[in-house]
Design a protein around this ligand. Structure first.
Ligand SMILES: NC(=O)c1ccc[n+]([C@@H]2O[C@H](COP(=O)([O-])OP(=O)(O)OC[C@H]3O[C@@H](n4cnc5c(N)ncnc54)[C@H](OP(=O)(O)O)[C@@H]3O)[C@@H](O)[C@H]2O)c1
Length: 373
């Protein structure tokens, strides 16, 4: 039987309104070596919006999809959007191999590592099991909670371990500290024994945001506008351990201000480009403070490490979520399904488009939810 998926496709870069197109796509029949999954949650990350706008550094190969409607069929050349999500296995092909980490069975939750030309913003997918992580033990986990582990949680975890050697008690300073990655970084740093200085922008609910970040384990929270004040420079000069690592999510002048607080020989790693402004430092920072600049892209962790190493990190994160030692990043979910007579179905093409546009324009972190879970 042919499977139909309702999917958000991009055929080329443009404004969100132009570049996000919704279709019912005929996937054909399940190939023997693949699994059929229904998406439960699709993440909506800055990488997705950059991808839609055509400025993400890697582009997935475009392919021909068969779009179907009541009256016609036509070909759409593009990609399904969405680098991250959690699905549930509906069917396993007769010759499907096991997933990256375990056997895959109907009802399992899976997190695709590589979607190829497909993506998480679709109701159903055929996937090669070799490219998915299967979650066998669901105890204490929720699809919403684990939907940000592949990108933001793993990035925060690995950046604390893979950039410089930190000693217990050392300080890490980060901007965009209330971001998804920032929330995870605060929590992992606390667990690993490092301390964090967290820079955020001023906002109407500043005090509430500080309390929230401190509740996650933030040691110090400061406004970006106060980074150059004498009071703050004085406060940081009395810290009892060095600020060895700066984690830059924003870029431009914000990154310069961040790096200015590093101790002699410190490193600033840029992992985000929220403002798209270049990252540069005044020459004296290099000559007289021996500051080092580098970048971080999680993709390299996936490419350069064996599955066992990747899964060791991932399983540790799942375990920490199970015990409540790590809270998932705060995410609001936008439902792209309706329910009537006890049956769930994906919203209409028009409504799905409206909700994806709402998602990419959202000022708060959101995900798309495909079913009641
Ligand atoms: N390199 C990697 O492997 C990797 C992996 C994961 C994520 N990333 C990148 O990491 C970044 C954070 O991702 P996320 O999902 O955690 O983001 P997020 O939760 O959407 O948070 C975005 C952050 O950016 C801040 N921000 C937005 N516009 C700003 C501006 N004009 N000036 C200063 N701050 C601004 C927000 O602060 P406000 O609340 O003040 O708006 C918030 O702290 C993104 O650039 C993403 O692409 C990279």
């Amino acid at each position: 039987m042919s499977e139909i998926t309702r999917a958000a496709i991009t055929t080329g870069p443009g404004s969100y309104e132009e570049a996000i197109k919704l279709y019912d796509i005929d996937l054909g029949t399940l190939p023997e070596d693949k699994i059929l999954i229904e998406m439960l949650i699709a993440s909506v990350n800055p990488s997705d919006t950059l991808y839609i706008s055509g400025i993400y550094p890697t582009q997935n190969p475009k392919i021909d999809f068969t779009a179907v409607s009541d009256s016609s069929k036509h070909t759409v050349y593009g990609n399904i959007i969405g680098f991250e999500g959690v699905g549930r296995v509906l069917q396993v092909g007769a010759n499907a191999k096991q997933a990256m980490n375990d056997k895959v069975e109907v009802g399992d939750w899976v997190i695709p590592l590589d979607f190829g030309s497909y993506g998480s913003w679709s109701s159903k997918l055929f996937l090669n099991p070799l490219g998915v992580v299967v979650v066998k033990n669901k105890d204490g986990l929720t699809p919403g909670g684990i939907s940000s582990t592949k990108v933001n949680a793993l990035t925060a975890y690995r950046m604390l371990l893979d950039i410089v050697k930190l000693e217990k008690g050392d300080y890490v300073i980060q901007n965009g500290a209330n971001s998804g990655v920032g929330q995870y970084l605060i929590q992992f740093a606390r667990l690993f024994g490092y301390r964090t200085i967290n820079v955020i922008r001023d906002r109407a609910n500043y005090d509430e945001t500080v309390s929230f970040l401190k509740g996650l384990g933030a040691d110090i929270v400061v406004k970006d506008s106060s980074l150059e004040t004498d009071a703050l420079i004085e406060q940081f000069s009395h810290l009892d351990a060095p600020i060895k690592l700066a984690i830059n999510c924003i870029g431009g002048i914000a990154s310069q201000k961040l790096a200015s607080h590093l101790n002699y020989g410190g490193t600033m790693s840029t992992y985000g480009a929220i403002t798209s402004d270049p990252v540069s430092l005044p020459a004296p920072s290099f000559m007289f403070k021996n500051i080092k600049l580098r970048g971080y892209w999680l993709n390299e962790f996936f490419v350069e490490n064996p599955v066992s190493e990747i899964m060791e990190t991932w399983n540790h994160i799942f375990d920490l979520m199970r015990t409540g030692e790590i809270q998932p990043q705060v995410t609001e979910f936008i439902d792209v399904f309706t329910k009537s007579d006890g049956k769930t179905q994906v919203v209409s093409l028009e409504e799905f488009k409206r909700k994806t546009i709402q998602a990419v324009n959202s000022k708060v972190k959101v995900g798309l939810r495909f079913t009641e879970i």
